[in-house]
Design a binder for this molecule. Structure first.
Ligand code: 9D3
Length: 251
């Protein structure tokens, strides 16, 4: 997969992609990253890429010409849909990540200032996506979230297929609690079932924890799922067993 990013801060994207899965994916040749700075395409002597908004008001707007020329350069090397990351976009989620992980090319456009001239969006942008309902100071953190979520889905990126399989076992649910050595921390012991070595029991316990935590913390996620009869039974067991010693958040 090749991802081209049009950004005024290419160093921020390059540096952050030098860690973790995006780094490994690049080393394995699964991910090729291209960076395009509109400032390199500015034509005036001060290399300006922003200007004041018509109609007045605070902030600046990214100019059409330098961004357009940077996108054209990215198209010539990579291509694929031009995806503008903006608060006005459709909400990015795991199913979107799975969709974009199947494309061979895409161009991410990260905005700064108040945004980009609307006519550039109309002419050059294919899709507009947001990563959530909070205010960032620019599109680069969103591009990094996008690259991370998509790259880890590329076959071979995760090292072992087990983690990816685990993801599908848990699809749409919150994770279960994890424990490692030592067996007791601060008087708190690891749940007995995890020490017993009965793998069917462990799998059932983990599924029950995932279902229970999702029920308590993110009922909105649970509503979107069709639970199997076995899962339904586990969740009912969890609800019955709820105790005041429970340290989880929720009602
Ligand atoms: C304070 C500025 N806001 C006035 C109502 C508008 C605004 C402009 C530019 C808010 C945020 C930004 C920069 N954000 C992004 O580029 C961005 C973003 C985000 O802020 N939240 C969630 N997803 C994304 S994707 C790109």
């Amino acid at each position: 997969m090749r991802i081209d990013v049009v950004t005024l801060f290419p160093g921020m994207v390059r540096d952050a992609c030098g860690w973790g899965i995006p780094r490994i994916a690049q080393e394995k040749g699964l991910l090729e990253l291209g960076l395009w700075n509109p400032r390199d395409y500015a034509q005036d002597r001060n290399r300006r890429v922003d200007d004041r908004p018509y109609g007045g008001g605070p902030g600046m707007v990214m100019q059409v010409q330098p961004v357009h020329d940077a996108i054209q350069a990215a198209r010539a090397r990579g291509g694929g849909p031009v995806i503008y990351l903006s608060p006005q976009g459709r909400r990015f989620d795991q199913s979107a990540a799975r969709h974009f992980a199947q494309l061979p090319h895409m161009i991410l456009l990260a905005g700064r200032y108040e945004g980009i001239d609307e006519r550039l969006i109309e002419r050059d942008v294919d899709e507009e996506w947001s990563i959530g309902d909070y205010v960032l100071s620019g599109g680069e953190p969103a591009a990094l979230v996008w690259i991370d979520a998509v790259t880890r889905l590329l076959p071979g990126a995760l090292g072992d297929g087990a983690s990816a399989q685990q993801d599908s076992f848990m699809d749409g649910l919150l994770d279960y609690p994890h424990y490692s050595r030592p067996e007791v921390v601060d008087g708190k012991a690891v749940p007995d079932v995890l020490l017993g070595g009965n793998h069917a029991d462990i799998e059932r316990w983990r599924m029950k924890q995932s279902l229970g935590r999702t029920w308590k913390r993110r009922p909105d996620l649970l509503e979107r799922l069709r639970l199997s009869d076995a899962q339904q039974a586990l969740l009912e067991e969890y609800i019955r067993e709820q105790q005041t010693t429970d340290s989880d958040q929720g009602p």
